[in-house]
Write a protein that binds this ligand. Sequence first.
Ligand code: ACM
Ligand code: ZN
Length: 553
Amino acid sequence: MILTGLAVIASCCNTKPEPFSVIPLPNEVSIGEGAFCIKGTKIQLDEALDDASAKAIGRFVRALETATGRKTRVGDGGIEFRLNPDLGSEQYYIKVETGGAEVEAADANGFIYACETLKQMLPAAIYGDRKVKAAWVLPCCEITDQPRFGYRGMHLDCSRHFWSVEETKRYIDVMTAYKLNRLHWHLTDDQGWRIEIKAYPRLTEISAWRDGTVVRKEWDNNDGIRYGGFYTQEELREVVDYAAERGITVIPEIDLPGHMVAALAAYPELGCTGGPYKVWERWGVAKDILCAGNEDVFTFLENVLSEVMDIFPSEYIHIGGDECFGGDAEPERPDPWDVCPKCAARMRELGIRKGPEAKHYLQNYVTARIQEFVNSKGRRIIGWDEILQGALAEGATVMSWRGVQGGIEASRKGFDAIMTPYTYLYLDYYQSKETDKEPFAIGGYLPLEKVYSYEPFDGITPGAESHILGVQANLWTEYITTPEHLEYMLLPRMCALSEVQWCDASRKDFARFDTSLDHTFAILDAMGVNYSLDCRGLIGLDRQETSNENQPD
Ligand code: ACM
Ligand code: ZN
């Protein structure tokens, strides 16, 4: 046995480790001389570790065994995982010496992130599914690491285009590798309702399907192809559990009272006009929304949200609230809330004075009623920053998307906020100026460096920073139809986001990040996940070479 161990050490320990290129960069790292060979290493687990931590370490060990082709053994003298209650939430400590490694954390997320850091210090093949001959050594180092923000989100729109459970799990896998911890799942919108609600079967029979989709932005051109899909409650729970095992909370969004045309197609009595409505086949902002004067709407929403909260254990439930007014498809038509007798009666009952602001106060009423219901179940609401217009009830969290102003205003007024400004964090925007080489996108221009440059405290009133819970990027999928394209838009921009979310501002350095990306590209190759190489001058899904003169400035 001893001889075998020595032979292993002799076979790989004089091999140099990978250059240190962990993303997001840990907050305290010192790299020493030498390395520790982990091929066939021993693994020691503290008996006090909870199931979630042990499972995370188990996944790491299986990845190690697959990639090295060598079984690990239980025992001292290899990698020791120890519970350290003195560390903070999500914090971890790693010490690697030539004779072994110690890993400490206080909770499952700490161990999950320690394992991800260990994986990123190893050859990229650790992310693959086959044995690879490589330098299976960890550099001698000491790392103490914890995130800057507690909320590190990524959003996914499965309404405009639908992503299978397997595709969604891959999305979660890349989020895990870069230490994100919230998946904001946009489950409902005008173009498709994706969540099974047992009390309302027509939401999946009718609302989950559209009869066609507009071609690009040619508003009069429809492909006529029936499109849709939904997740059963069992599938939703499977995704929730899969994410939870990786330290990710799934936050469901039921967008209300706007972005509800798909639901109205099935239950037209919930709209101001009574319909008929069709699941929307074009993009943009629809005029028709839920009627705020109809009590049945509140019964519907409470029943839907009850099932949602049963499936999703998340503290936060996202209730949307964006773009309720001024629908762009029918510019001449008034907003339904401005002309609906039931909405007018509700405004009178509430003492809301007539005028351009009236509908914002009526939206406040809807938000407050839903907030009260969600709170009564021990949960909290998040809404897009439109919920701030008028008078928002205490305790709501605001997601700032129309730039940073919503987050600045919310935090100044004492509301918690999550920063997701379109100006830095809308990953549906083009990432190169050579749009003719890019897959068709909604517009905009958001290169990698711009995402990386975002500083969430910029403009925040001094003293209000503690209200900024974190940062999230959004990926709307109107023009994204395949997982290859989805991943192309996501990566590597999500990796830049991860440093905004994780690293202290003083640790950020685009040149170092950009160099580290080469290892990330190898990791993504090993995972079989697509990504953009626009930042390397290879533009488009099929990675066309670009001339220097044409490179974005
Ligand atoms: C949004 O982009 N409508 C939140
Ligand atoms: Zn109405």
